[in-house]
Design a protein around this ligand. Structure first.
Ligand SMILES: *Cc1c(COP(=O)(O)O)cnc(C)c1O
Length: 292
């Protein structure tokens, strides 16, 4: 079987005078990258033979939607995406993940509720979010790449950090890695995330350690402190991070850095195709200086 990905590069950066390694999963593949690509890897080699279409359901700016559109394009499959009614401004002027997915040939279908999704022949439906046991396959490979990196560098210890949404990436990585994985919840609170871990991996020994933020943030909302650390990261590292998960991720990592055993490896989970629309929201809310 052909390997879909070569190992993604690891880059050493200096941020706020700390040396940190960054696993550049955003560079995994030119068209199909980030942790969504890791999660969907399983389907690269395991789709039913007879299908000519994949389908999914979710938000109109989701990173998973864009990744699935890239996946479909690479596999030469059609991609039907079901979503709730799309706001007029986005239809008028597609942007961000939505535009990128349309450019990959996504066929968008507006519905009012998920029960309206039809069962179609020769179509394979891929669920995004929630419990995703199939995702473990690609994350096993990520754990192996990290192990190879540590071996090459002669590191007997390594602390892995990444931000969590559903927690699937972090928990499957921890289950398959000999190093400790730390994470922070970007979507719900600590209880939600810990519950997600239990759903996917019953043994608590295999759960990542959760690091909390100094206050509660609502997912997907623009916050001045998010834009501040994101801008600082861009200037100091020259790497474009994602605006949804990476700002809370880096805030939590910096807040708890003293308790972590170095060296630290931060996983860049991709998602930067959504930055354009997030920056417009910062602009609209008059946060930062990105608007002219
Ligand atoms: C989806 C996503 C995450 C969260 O992944 P989970 O497996 O849901 O925890 C983190 N970062 C980026 C950029 C993502 O797109």
């Amino acid at each position: 079987m052909m390997p879909v990905f070569n190992p993604s590069p690891v880059q050493k950066i200096s941020f706020r005078n700390r040396q940190i390694f960054v696993k550049r999963d955003d560079l995994l593949h030119p068209d199909f990258s980030g942790n969504k690509a890791r999660k969907f890897l399983y389907y690269f080699n395991n789709l039913p033979q007879h299908i000519d279409t994949i389908a999914s359901y979710g938000g109109n700016q989701s990173n998973a939607m864009f990744s699935l559109s890239a996946f479909a394009k690479l596999k030469k499959l059609k991609f039907n995406y079901y979503t709730r009614p799309i706001p007029f401004y986005l239809k008028q002027k597609p942007a961000g993940n939505f535009l990128a997915a349309l450019n990959n040939g996504m066929n968008i279908i507006e519905i009012n509720s998920p029960n309206e999704i039809p069962e179609e022949e020769n179509t394979f439906f891929i669920k995004q979010g929630g419990a995703e046991p199939y995702a473990e396959v690609g994350l096993k490979q990520l754990a192996q790449e990290i192990d190879d990196f540590a071996l090459k560098q002669n590191f007997s210890n390594l602390t892995i950090f990444l931000p969590s949404g559903t927690g699937a990436t972090a928990v499957f990585l921890q289950k398959n890695s000999r190093f400790r994985v730390f994470t922070t919840p970007c979507v719900g609170n600590e209880d939600y995330l810990s519950q997600q871990f239990f759903e996917l991996v019953p043994n608590k020994k295999n759960h990542p350690q959760i690091l909390n933020l100094h206050k509660k943030f609502q997912f997907g909302r623009p916050y001045p402190e998010f834009l501040k650390i994101w801008t600082e990261l861009t200037i100091q590292t020259n790497i474009e991070f994602d605006l949804l998960y990476d700002p809370p991720g880096w805030l939590a990592l910096m807040r708890h850095f003293q308790i972590l055993q170095e060296p630290v490896l931060y996983i860049h989970c991709g998602g930067t195709a959504g930055n354009q629309t997030m920056l417009s929201r910062y602009c609209y809310n008059k946060i930062g200086s990105y608007c002219k």
